[in-house]
Design a protein around this ligand. Structure first.
Ligand code: CS2
Length: 501
């Protein structure tokens, strides 16, 4: 038996167990060159795009699409993956099956805190054709209007560094980058200065129009760096493409129990392990400035128009997910699977989809929305992912506008007050109120603002939250009928009832 205290790495790979459930890597990782720089090396990227890339290169034998993964949040991810030569496992937890694959497409990892020079040089390298991102909603440091938040000290620091680099006044090693967009723009500036080769930026975050959104942020961040920044923005406008994408796989946080389960299968310790449901989907707008991996050979859909997929997924899956998370938290359900098994919560989730969301959608080609709803609810009911309501509940101030408030605004514009969506927001409001009062931390970049709004007379909770212009657009906050529904939902939840529409 292999010693389970030995870490997974290129040198130990052939000591792994040979259970039929274990596969991969699908190629020799040593032979891959980096062609993709990925910003945001969290669990989602490792369980999603890195796997599609692995399968695409296994299908073609192409060796130019290894990934450099950059983690900006903490150096811990580097500590997990660098000793493992970038290798890690994906533990797939189906309702009735478990499997493990070792992925080898991630070839290098970096933390720009102290490796900004190296990352900028990689973004600039001619062999890099793609920069992709999964930095979560809050990682974009946007204002409510969608522009870069130049008042944020991290954004300001990157803009100042960019300006100094463009004007030739930067000295010594690069100022550590503090935001993903800042890092990206600085890398693109270096690329332009060195050889002007085109580039494609692939955003893989759950945002409406994610490609165009990132494009606008990149252009505005460049332009904020003075006249040379404006000229850089003009160059980016012509040379860099920003395809939109829809990404989908449920990837819960990895727990010690998952690590123990994988170690027992693999016979090696894997600190980079990630966990996911078996389902995985990727729809990518086929708009690249240069070559790309043949992701379609790995099951991705390359298409001209991602918008219908993106909107359907964000509103049906993510909107419902957040609803289950807040109601589940209020009713003491630890996991999403437990929440969706609660008949009252399930009824509200179905009402949200059928009455509020579906009327706002035009289905992507050939997609049956009722069947999609069933498949989403079935995936949520998988008890083996262990996805917690608390994890999905985090960052509500960033997620709700994208997942739920578009539905609300569209229904209000159509003259209908969306009752189930109002109930979902009421659940968020009560959750915020409880977290603000109690010992549970409120995991949200606007936690202080939310806490301040939540304190005060309980009757005014819904209105004080709806007044937060950073979260609620005027077309939602300005509807008295909608406010009344949210207030009613808060009252019912306080009485311990799941409000029905
Ligand atoms: C979830 C998503 O954590 C969350 O907020 O709603 O991460 C969800 O699991 C994925 O988008 C599924 O593709």
């Amino acid at each position: 038996m292999p010693d389970s205290r030995v870490r997974l790495s290129l040198d130990t790979l052939d000591r792994r167990g040979h259970h039929p459930e274990i596969v991969g890597p699908a190629h020799d990782p040593r032979g891959l060159d980096v062609g993709i720089v990925h910003l945001g090396l969290g669990a989602f990227h490792r369980a999603h795009q890195a796997v599609f890339t692995e399968d695409a290169l296994a299908a073609t034998g192409d060796t130019g699409w290894g990934i450099l993964g950059v983690t900006q949040r903490s150096a811990r991810v580097v500590e997990q993956l660098r000793p493992q030569d970038g290798l890690y496992g994906v533990l797939s937890k189906g309702e009735h099956s478990t499997s493990l694959r070792v992925v080898g497409s991630l070839r290098e990892v970096a933390f720009p805190g102290d490796e900004t020079d190296a990352v900028l040089a990689r973004i600039a390298a001619p062999s890099t054709r793609i920069v992709s991102l999964t930095v979560t909603e809050k990682g974009y440091h946007r204002t409510a209007a969608g522009s870069p938040d130049l008042a944020d000290p991290d954004v300001a620091s990157d803009v100042a560094a960019l300006r100094a680099e463009l004007e030739g006044t930067a000295s010594g090693s690069a100022t550590p980058s503090r935001t993903p967009i800042g890092l990206l723009v600085r890398g693109i500036a270096l690329r332009r200065a060195r050889h002007e080769a085109p580039l494609t930026v692939v955003c893989c975050d759950n945002m409406v129009d994610n490609g165009p959104t990132v494009r606008a942020l990149v252009l505005a961040t460049a332009a904020a760096a003075g006249p040379r920044g404006e000229s850089l923005a003009a160059w980016i406008d012509g040379a860099v493409r920003f395809p939109a994408t829809m990404v989908d796989r449920i990837v819960p946080a990895t727990t010690p129990a998952h690590r123990a389960e994988a170690a027992a299968l693999l016979g090696l310790d894997d600190e980079g392990l990630v966990v996911g449901e078996p389902f995985s989907q990727w729809v990518v707008q086929d708009d690249f400035a240069g070559p790309r991996p043949r992701w379609e050979l790995a099951g991705a859909t390359l298409t001209g128009d991602v918008e219908p997929y993106e909107r359907t997924k964000l509103r049906m899956l993510n909107g419902t997910h957040s609803t289950l998370a807040y109601l589940g938290q209020l009713r003491g359900h630890r996991t999403i699977a437990e929440a969706v098994a609660d008949p009252e919560i399930e009824a509200l989730a179905r009402a949200l989809v059928d009455e509020d969301v579906i009327p706002t959608l035009s289905a992507p080609d050939g997609l049956d929305l009722a069947a999609y709803r069933e498949s989403v609810l079935e995936r949520f009911a998988n008890p083996n992912t262990g996805h917690t309501t608390l994890q999905v509940a985090m960052d509500g101030s960033q997620k709700l506008p994208i997942r739920l408030l578009g539905t609300v605004a569209d229904r209000l514009a159509a003259g209908v007050v969306p009752q189930a969506a109002a109930r979902a927001l009421a659940a968020w409001a009560v959750f915020v109120g409880q977290a603000a009062d109690g010992p549970a931390p409120l995991d949200d970049p606007l936690a202080d603002v939310l806490r301040a709004a939540a304190s005060g007379a309980p009757d005014g909770l819904a209105d004080r939250l709806l007044d937060l212009g950073q979260i609620f657009p005027a077309e939602v906050a300005g509807s008295e009928a909608f406010r009344a529904e949210v207030r009613a939902g808060v009252r019912e939840l306080r009485r311990g009832l799941v409000p029905t529409s």
